[in-house]
Design a protein around this ligand. Structure first.
Ligand code: GAR
Length: 192
């Protein structure tokens, strides 16, 4: 994996589908002199994603692909990534599953943040399932993306206690706070 040499930051694309709080947080960190990555491109499958506003606010190039034809969308995304010399992809609340061939093109250079303590609760509705199973803890995980859903090498995790009166809303809010800590920490761990 490429490392940050203190001069040239690693050119990164962030993929989002929704609110983009992780995106905003990564942009904020990327402005620090010694943070290893720059955010050069924002990609979304959803034209209505609230997080796209950060592209305008921070003057970052953005592009929406509707994924109605996944093969075609992925092809176009890859060519855009190559054109922009993107070296790393950070998935941040991106709710589409990328194909094996796409992942192979960026083998070992796609990171994801997932709102559970993987390998527990892969997939969707993690908080509801953790609450339903009366777990004592949940949390979040930054991992490398491989061709199996939410199964790549774990880089960092943070545990969050679940309280008796927690709802999906209260728990997800507490976990999101930890996501904002570990995503930049994982990037520093990998690339500094
Ligand atoms: C985050 O909680 C992230 O972990 C989750 O979506 C949320 C996006 O929030 N990702 C997944 O569930 C991926 N399977 P954000 O748009 O505010 O960063």
């Amino acid at each position: 994996m490429v490392k940050f040499n203190g001069l040239k930051k690693i050119k990164t694309a962030v993929f989002i589908s929704g609110k983009g709080s992780n995106l905003k947080n990564l942009i904020k960190f990327s402005k620090q002199k010694n943070f290893p990555i720059s955010i050069d491109l924002i990609i979304s499958n959803n034209a209505k994603a609230k997080g796209l506003i950060y592209a305008n606010n921070f003057k970052i190039k953005k592009k929406v692909f509707n994924f109605s034809n996944k093969i075609i969308s992925e092809k176009k995304i890859l060519s855009l990534l190559f054109k922009n010399k993107i070296e790393l992809i950070c998935l941040a609340g991106f709710m589409k599953i990328l194909s094996k061939s796409f992942i192979q093109e960026f083998n070992g250079r796609i990171l994801n943040i997932h709102p559970s303590l993987l390998p527990k609760y892969k997939g969707l509705n993690t908080h509801a399932r953790a609450l339903e199973n009366r777990e004592k803890y949940s949390g979040c995980t930054v991992h490398l993306v491989n061709s199996k859903l939410d199964s790549g090498k774990i880089i960092l995790q943070n545990k969050v206690k679940i309280y008796k009166n927690d709802s999906v809303k209260t728990l997800s809010k507490r976990i999101l706070k930890q996501e904002h800590k570990i995503y930049p920490e994982a990037i520093i761990k990998l690339f500094s």
